[in-house]
Design a protein around this ligand. Structure first.
Ligand code: MGD
Ligand code: MGD
Ligand code: MO
Length: 668
């Protein structure tokens, strides 16, 4: 059979959004490689995507709609037709709406696919239905809130600007795992004689690429930034002209906040020693154009937004924002690429409906009233695994009176609790258009292969549900490709002058990066921001600052999975070496546990069994669990999120996945 190569896009929730080339034989994808034409990923792929075809044609793929035939969570189902599945859902929803009102229905989705159409396909439907709205805060809204407090809507730099820096700081980002193509910029800095620092809470794979690694106490990075600024101010290493003309509020900050952040106080809060802090400040002050690539991990704490705000303030003091190759980069600003209101259609809501924070699903399912949640519709998300306070989530999903529908590629932990399971296409089987959060590329993809089994895309399912419920709006009668054409017909300054022919051919094209000026209320960088609860950046403690249990638990990403995606792949599970907990040798000795032991990590939310890995990559007082494992492959009955809480960040309503404490004991 002759093979053809087709262009597509990696749909996973990763900053890089790589271009991929898919080799297709007949109806099957047989190989996947990087697209050399993609400006940022330049033809290389991560270890997960190299064999994407294995997940696409996995024997674990769902191929027909299913109806539950056993107790909730048992995984017992019987096949049904699409017609029956759609009819059942529409009937149950009509009954629920009649008895409890439409807000008793809650959609739950996040980022199983990042394509603009498929990711947001449920929004117009649920707005029209009048369902409760989901506040999609699980990832990093606190990072955005911290950045915006200082920089407003100022567009962030092109990621390649980092390559022009002479001091590149990877701050709370394990880029070797989570944004591997950014490592190209890291290498560029080193080749040009620049220095690379990594600031993290343990030695990740990224630390070996850095010239220096600084391990800080979890959640203390804001204090570090404040301490560095204290020294820069003390030593007069400031860009006075920049501060006078481009920055608001430095004098107030210098007077009210900086004095207390002495090197000694900074050492106490961060765990670094005074000499190291002094060296860091001197090197930062000396650098021509220091560039900070800030990750999201450090924002997932009770003080996360303030931490990012302190970090975003640092470059202002030395004028780095005004220099080529200098500044700070949280994510790219590609939100304006498409007229999203045309797809999201908030105008279809009769009145603004109730909003439920997705990090508090456990609370919503078990405790929320007025009205109680009677139906949950989950699509491209796996809350039984990824959402904090797993025990509360599973308790909620077990409710016999909850009508739960899950649209998925696989029978995930969440799908096991569904009343109706719907089989979803993979990204190779549907059309979409993609924007990125780590690059300025956009790319359009058409299906490379026909749907596996009877699977349907998110867009197709919502148009079918809309028809069953009698929704008349034109949008619900369009195909995904027609919606993409409609979005592309609406001009956006970001898309001005792009190569539309290349976009139509399926190649990645770069948006225009807006430059110049600060998009804040004052037109300046706002160290002082009167609209904020705290007008000046300052130090705030984490939720667990005073916690009693001995270990801070890091629930960090692994190179071999993406959140709870890729656990269908045995080859990748093996590369992780099982569901491990990493612990320092001194702590292991004190606890009487050894490498390879089964141990139980516990706190007041739950207990999780791990395989212990004793390693000096982790400092004392910290334990690390990489990956968000499916319960089906966990050594015990729970996975890592049984230890994380529903508490939120200081701003943005974000998740606090790293703000935990646990104790550890040998498994009985
Ligand atoms: N392979 C892989 N790639 C991924 C993902 C994945 O799970 N696996 N996840 C994807 C998603 S959804 C996202 S949002 C992105 C970004 O994913 P993020 O979760 O933002 O991950 P990173 O930014 O790479 O790194 C988090 C890092 O922060 C560190 N950290 C935790 N607490 C602190 C702290 O207090 N201070 C400091 N300095 N560091 C701290 C952790 O140890 C970890 O190394 O990556 C995406 N890419
Ligand atoms: N402990 C801990 N928990 C975490 C994190 C952490 O670092 N530590 N990271 C958090 C972060 S940053 C994030 S962003 C969230 C991510 O949370 P989710 O977005 O829920 O992430 P995934 O685990 O990737 O689950 C996505 C699911 O969508 C399915 N899917 C893929 N494509 C499609 C499609 O086209 N249609 C449908 N219907 N389904 C599809 C996949 O099979 C997969 O099961 O997890 C969070 N949870
Ligand atoms: Mo995320």
């Amino acid at each position: 059979m002759s093979a053809v190569v087709k262009r597509s896009v990696c749909p996973f929730d990763c900053p890089d959004t790589c271009g991929i080339l898919v080799t297709v034989e007949g109806e099957r994808a047989v190989a996947v490689q990087g697209d050399p034409l993609h400006p940022f990923s330049r033809g290389t792929l991560c270890p997960k995507m190299l064999h994407y075809e294995r997940g696409v044609h996995s024997p674990l793929r769902l191929t027909t709609p299913l109806r539950r035939s056993g107790p909730k969570g048992s995984g017992d189902f019987e096949p049904i037709s699409w017609e029956e599945a759609i009819r059942t859902i529409a009937e149950r929803w009509r009954a629920i709406i009649a008895e409890h009102g439409a807000e008793a229905i809650l959609p739950y989705s996040y980022a199983g696919t990042m394509g603009v159409i498929q990711r947001n396909a449920g929004h117009p439907f649920f707005h029209r239905l009048g369902a409760s709205r989901l506040d999609r805060t699980i990832c990093s809204p606190a990072k955005g809130a911290g950045w915006q407090a200082v920089m407003g809507k100022t567009p962030t730099p092109h990621p390649d600007d980092a390559g022009k820096s002479d001091l590149l700081i990877l701050w709370g980002i394990n880029a070797a795992a989570t944004s591997i193509h950014f490592m190209h910029n890291v290498q560029q800095v080193k080749q040009q004689g620049g220095e690379v620092w990594v600031i993290d809470t343990y030695r990740t794979p990224t630390t070996s690429a850095g010239d220096r690694t600084f391990l800080v106490r979890p959640g203390s990075d804001g204090a570090l930034a404040l301490g560095l600024m204290h020294i820069l101010a003390r030593d007069g290493r400031l860009d006075r002209d920049f501060l006078d003309t481009q920055v608001l509020g430095y004098p107030e900050f210098a007077e009210e906040i900086l004095p207390r952040h002495t090197p000694e106080e900074t050492a106490r809060l961060t765990g670094l020693d005074v000499a190291t802090i002094e060296e860091m400040a001197a090197a930062y002050g000396r650098a021509r154009a220091p560039f900070i690539r800030v990750g999201s991990g450090l924002s997932r704490y009770g003080n996360g937004a303030m931490t990012v705000r302190c970090i975003a303030t640092l470059p202002a003091l030395v004028g780095a924002y005004g220099k080529e190759g200098g500044g700070c980069f949280p994510d790219t600003s590609t939100g304006g690429a498409f007229a999203m209101e045309e797809l999201l259609r908030e105008d279809l809501m009769e009145r603004p409906s109730r909003v439920v924070n997705m990090c508090q699903l456990g609370h919503a399912l078990n405790e929320l009233s007025g009205p109680r949640i009677m139906s949950l519709y989950v699509y491209h998300s796996n809350p039984a695994a990824v959402t904090p306070d797993q025990n509360a989530v599973l308790k909620g999903l077990s409710r016999e009176d909850l009508f739960c529908v899950v649209h998925e590629k696989y029978l995930t932990d969440t799908a096991r609790y569904a009343d109706i399971v719907l089989p979803s296409t993979s990204s190779l089987e549907h059309s979409d258009i993609y924007r990125a959060y780590g690059t300025y590329c956009i790319q359009r993809a058409q299906a490379a292969i026909p749907p596996v089994g009877q699977s349907r895309s998110n867009w197709e399912v919502f148009t079918a549900l809309a028809a069953a419920l009698g929704f008349q709006e034109t949008l619900f009668s369009l195909t995904a490709d027609q919606v993409i054409d409609h979005l592309l017909a609406i001009p956006s300054p970001l898309r001005e002058g792009i190569d539309t022919a290349a976009l139509a051919r399926g190649e990645a094209v770069e948006l225009t990066v807006p430059r110049g000026g600060y998009a804040t209320a004052s037109g300046k960088i706002e160290i002082l921001n009167a609209a904020e609860k705290y007008p000046l950046p300052c130090y705030l403690p984490t939720h667990e600052e005073q916690g009693k249990l001995p270990f801070r638990l890091m629930t960090a990403p692994t190179p071999y999975a993406l959140n709870a995606s890729f656990y269908d792949r045995e080859d990748l599970r093996e590369k992780q070496g099982g569901m491990q907990l990493m612990m320092n040798p001194a702590d292991a000795a004190a606890k009487g546990v050894a490498d390879g032991d089964r141990v139980v990590a516990w706190n007041d939310l739950g207990e999780v069994t791990f395989l212990l890995q004793v390693t000096d990559k982790v400092p004392t007082g910290v334990v690390v669990a990489e990956g968000v494992w499916w319960l089906a492959y966990a050594p015990g009955k729970r996975s890592v999120n049984a230890l994380t809480s529903q508490r939120l960040t200081d701003a943005g309503g974000g998740s606090t996945f790293y703000d935990n404490r646990v104790d550890v004991r040998p498994e009985a």
